[in-house]
Write a protein that binds this ligand. Sequence first.
Ligand code: DQQ
Length: 572
Amino acid sequence: MNLPGYQNMAKSCISLILFFSVILSHGVVELQASNPFYRNLYTSQSTSTSQPYRTGYHFQPPKNWMNDPNGPMIYKGIYHLFYQYNPKGAVWGNIVWGHSTSTDLINWTPHDAAIYPTQPSDINGCWSGSATMLPGGKPAILYTGIDPDNKQVQNLAVPKNLSDSYLREWVKSPRNPLMAPTATNHINASFFRDPTTAWLGPDKRWRVIIGSQTKDKGLAFLYRSKDFVYWTKAKHPLHSENHSGMWECPDFFPVSTNSRKGVDTSIIGLNTKHVLKASVGKIPHDCYIIGTYNVTADKFIPEEGSMNGVSALTYDYGKFYASKTFFDIAKNRRILLGWINESSTQEDDIKKGWSGLQAIPRGLWLDKSGKQLVQWPIPEVEKLRAKKVNLSSKLLRGKSLLPADVEISFEITKFEKAEVLDPNWTNPQLLCSQKGASVKGALGPFGLLVLASKNLKEYTAVFFRIFKNKNKYAVLMCSDQNRSSLNNDNDKTTYGAFLDVDPVHETLSLRSLIDHSIVESFGGGGKACITARVYPTLAIDDEAHLYAFNYGTEKINVTSLSAWSMKTAQIN
Ligand code: DQQ
């Protein structure tokens, strides 16, 4: 079955009063223990219509500001998420480590803040950092503290009580800070932060990298330690790149070359490659480079690519930043967590009393091409799937299917009329902005309209376009937020990515996790991810509809379509 054009679709929508509609005409479808200020940080907040943008299954604290995920780990079968949190308001500031735990990475229980300013070495803030499992299964956290002179320094905290699987209390090292800018090490005290999970070399020395910048060069300083307390800066950074600016929240980990299974951070060897990721503030995106790690020389040797520029490999081409992975030893997988910030104004954030979400945790592995990573929502999220709608009927209807999880696959049989990709069209985001969802093409735009009002005055379009590129075809994936809300104060930037899928021989798939004010989309089975934040004024709750569409001149087959409404997760 092919899909009807936009205008026809609009007419169809108006005539159909459905909570959920898929119009298909051609269908085959976050030491210290007891500072009372940092206790009871949370009072519950309702998710009533006065709060239409709070999520049903994406992690967020009950109120206030949240940014980077910190120190994710699994300890005694309990997953821990710490996060940058402002206990005093909905804007960034007063940063402490919020803390929640989970048995499935989807349902979360809140705890008191785990790490908050108590020492000179973190008196002005406890910024991002990571957890490392020391021998004997003892967790240790390295994090950035802001000292009395506003210098960025690195600190250590360890659990007060190892028999508490919830790791509720943390003790800071009396030797903090362990790593600091000095008169002789040439480190800029404003650009020295976000230690990674440490890895152990065959020489029994720990290594950790810290994000930094020298002039316009982004870099990852390397430190080594025998005891996790005394750290020495290596002569050379692990890696650096001119003109890439500050590298925030670096991450460095091995991936298997022959399996989707995760690899422990300290494994260096056969059948692995290494990934270096940096949150490049000036873009701002989480970019990564695939390469090999020579532990003897302590050098990362990139295969190709960069941390900057339009062709940089990026975890997510929409809103997704300061991410971090951890090795889930219970399920032999590497999990990626990332912060999704708001697209609304600061005034609106203050009014609603909160700001910031976490993406659904994603499994992450090396694609079989060896040239890029693949990400996919952890299967645990599927437990929230409730009512299912699938291809069995031409016109699909049900009660409100929002929040939702939607998977759709497309098949293209005729490519003759595909537009030719201009060699100057190298920037996919720009191309998506120029050729938004309402610009008719040949093979596309086709995809999903989500969080759409009945009259299509509001919708977010996640779609594909196919171009002829020499002897092959290029697939563009876009998320167009232009019509996402009648409120024009929001950032409605259009996002885009080229998707490494051969549409002649492969099915083109799209999955979108739709949750009130977030649309997290995965193209080509997770080869390209785009996350958007949107704030509809009409398409709220039962008035939010979902459509499949094709606004290209050529026929597109929908080979499968499954959509589930999602149960509400316990989120703090
Ligand atoms: N957020 C933290 C920093 C990090 C930045 C401060 C990235 O440690 O560099 O809240 O979002």
